[in-house]
Structure formats: C-alpha cells, structure tokens
Design a protein around this ligand. Structure first.
Ligand code: PMP
Length: 399
C-alpha cells in the first residue's frame, strides 16, 4: 500500500486571498538587458554608497560581535540614532525605547497586521494602494476599504464619510509623503484632519514613510506622527542607503512596540546584526549623511525634471504626468483612452517597462494610468525610455 498523498494536503484558508505581486512578477521580465525599466521602485545602484558601505563594513567587522545575534527590538546604537533623527523630524523627543528595528519597513507592516488585526478587521487604505500593504492585509484576512487620493493626498473627507456611515476601521494605512504609486503628498491641513478623526473614532494610523527624505524642492509637511503621538510611524533606509541592508524602523507607543517585539521573536529572532551595525554607523555620521542625501535629492530632482520634459515632448496631448516633489514615482495618466494593461506587452517589445495602474487597484480598476519610476535610470535613459513608450503607444495594440 502506498503511503504517498495523491494530492498535497490543502493550504491554509488565508492563502485563497493572496495573489502574487504584479510588480514582483514584472521585475523578472524587466531584468532583461534590452529593457529600460521604469517599473521597479529601485534606487540607482550607482547612487548607492557602495564604497562607503564597504569601508564601514570592514571597520564594523573588527568586532566579532558584528556577526553575533542581537536584541529582537534592534541594535541599541541603531535604535538610538534612529530616535535622534526621528526627534528632529517630529520636533519632539523620541525615546529609543519607542523604536523597533525591522527587516525593512515591509516586515513592520507584516508584524503590525499580526498584532493589530483579527480576521475580518476593517482597514482603510488609499487607492491606488501600496501593493506590499495589500499583500499583508490580505494575508491577515482583513476587510479592506479604500479612500481615493487627489493632488493633496488622501481624501480625508471621504474617510470622514465612511466613519459617519458607521464604519469602524481598526487602522488606516497612509503613504502620506510622495505616495507609492501616485507620487502625491498629503497636505498639512489634511494630516491634522486625519489625526483628528483618529482621536475621535479611536483608530490607529500607520504612516508608512520610506520616501520622506527624498524631496526635491523644500522638505515635505511635518510627518503625520508629529501631530499625534498615537500614530505608528515607519521609515526605512532602503531608498536612502541601500535596500539590501533590510533595515526599517518603527516608532510607536510602548504597547505596540512590545507586541511587535513579541511576534518578531517568533518571526526571525532578530535582524542581521551586521547590517544594523552598518546602518547605525552611516546614520550617525551626520556630515556624510547630509552630503549623501543632498546628492540624491539633487540628482533625483534632475531626473524627475527630465522625465517631465520627455513626457511633454513625446506624449503631449496623449498623457499627463502628475506633480513630482520627491520620492521615486510619477503617475502617468493617458487622456486618450489608452489601456495601460494592453500597452504593457507592446511597450516591452519596444524595450521599456512600467507598472500599469491596475496593479495598485483594490476596487476601482484604473486602466488608463501607469506608474513610472524615475530614480533607477539616468536622465538620458529616462528620455530614451519615454521615446520608446511613445513609439509603443503609436504602434497598433494587437487584438
Ligand atoms: N512602504 C512603501 C510605501 C514602499 O513603497 C516600500 C518599498 N517599495 C516599503 C514600504 C517597503 O520597503 P522596505 O521593506 O525595503 O523598507
């Protein structure tokens, strides 16, 4: 008698709601050398401070401790430097005890879902949404409601409508600054309105902020967390130093920090001590960091301008590009009825990739938009990419 299962035993029910991220799937295609990719949200590898990281790594490795396990909440020196930097951004003292280091801010989202959400809990996200948040929320079997965005970020009035209609979300997730994928930033007035609602209705706000330091003109409005100490604030070094360090930081109330630390013990014991040591050194060297960030802001600002003028030149009358004040993304909207999903395979044939707006949809599928990342490629390559996109747009769409 055979003991082998004819079919695999079933997966957990929560897996039914999960889909692969269209963006992660697309990244496999866009790795082709003949494709200029505006798809991934990647820093330019040439602007990642590789030599500096190599030098710091060599120094850090003088101590054998760098290769040891460390505290679950994160390396003390890193939590302290994060607390100091967050104190400046929030214009209020942040104690290192309120900082938990996570394996990128993505892990913070995942751990927060575990500690805050029972199956069926209501969560509000912005639409179009950050797909990484959607994946976490679907895995947590949350009930996801959406609020649209406009040029001033989340339509907080629409959130107020949901609340007036009796909805009682456990939390509201916002990428308030340089939104992924829309590029927009929530105005200071709306930030205050949002925390006013959080206070009145007792929901938590997760301010997911990996892009806030990458501004082009002046700095963005004060973080949402500056207006209310019950906001859970997530930041990351992925876009400013290097994604491979996998260092994110959560600033939250002590009860949330303790709960996240508890589930993190089960998730991974602790983050890599080596990369935490490296991040701590880099963040603590203020003159170096300031110069590095200024360099990134200037260069990414030039690239955003290059993208804007290329779109005006090549796609004028066909598509408009939303305002870009920082971050990594511009939101292209076709005004001639082009279906971005149908355009994508043609664009790939022309050697350019983007993410169609539908990849970020929760309810309303917007097929007339595309997210363009302007940070990975140089200005010249961006101009070339937009010319290829325009050629793809002129080509007949098969079928
Ligand atoms: N939040 C948002 C809004 C993001 O765009 C990203 C990265 N694409 C993350 C979180 C996760 O970043 P990381 O885990 O690298 O810190």
């Amino acid at each position: 008698m055979s003991t082998a299962f004819p079919v695999s035993p079933p997966l957990a029910r929560r897996m039914a709601a999960l889909r692969s991220s269209a963006i992660r799937d697309l990244l496999a295609v866009t790795a082709r050398p003949d494709v200029v990719s505006l798809a991934g949200g990647l820093p330019d590898p040439d602007l990642v401070p590789r030599e500096r990281i190599r030098d710091v790594t060599a120094r850090v490795l003088h101590s054998a401790d760098a290769l040891q396990y460390t505290e679950t909440a994160g390396l003390r020196s890193l939590r302290e430097v994060v607390a100091a930097r967050e104190s400046v951004r929030l214009s209020a003292p942040v104690d290192a005890a309120r900082v938990v280091i996570t394996h990128g801010s993505q892990q913070a989202l995942s751990l927060l879902a575990q500690v805050l959400l029972d199956p069926g809990a209501t969560v509000v996200v912005e639409e179009p949404a950050y797909t990484g948040a959607l994946q976490v929320l679907r895995a947590a079997q949350a009930r996801i409601l959406t609020v649209p965005l406009d040029a001033d970020g989340m339509r907080v009035d629409r959130l107020a409508d949901l609340l007036s209609a009796g909805e009682r979300p456990v939390l509201v997730h916002t990428v308030a600054t340089f939104h992924n994928p829309r590029g927009v930033t929530m105005s200071a007035a709306r930030r205050r309105e949002l925390v006013g609602l959080a206070d009145r209705y007792g929901f938590r706000v997760v301010e997911d902020d990996p892009y806030g330091e990458l501004y082009h003109g002046g700095p963005p409005p004060e973080p949402v967390a500056a207006h209310f100490d019950r906001v859970i604030r997530l930041s990351s070094v992925s876009k400013t130093l290097a994604p491979a360090l996998r260092v994110g930081a959560m600033v939250a109330m002590p009860d949330v920090c303790a709960a996240v630390e508890l589930v993190k013990q089960g998730a991974d014991l602790c983050d890599s001590r080596l990369t935490q040591e490296i991040a701590a050194e880099l963040l603590a060297d203020e003159p170096w960091l300031d110069a590095h960030l200024t360099g990134l802001r200037d260069e990414y600002g030039r690239r955003a301008a290059a993208l804007r003028s290329a779109v005006a030149r090549e796609l004028g009358g066909v598509a408009t590009l939303g305002a870009i004040d920082g971050g990594m993304f511009g939101w292209l909207e076709f005004v001639d009825g082009t279906d971005a999903d149908a355009l994508l395979p043609v664009a790939l044939d022309h050697g350019v990739a983007f993410v169609p707006g539908s990849a970020f949809a929760v309810e309303g599928v917007d097929r007339g938009a595309a997210r363009l990342c302007f940070t990975t490629n140089t200005s010249d390559r961006l101009e070339d990419a937009v010319a290829r996109l325009a050629a793809a747009h002129r080509a007949p769409i098969p079928g």
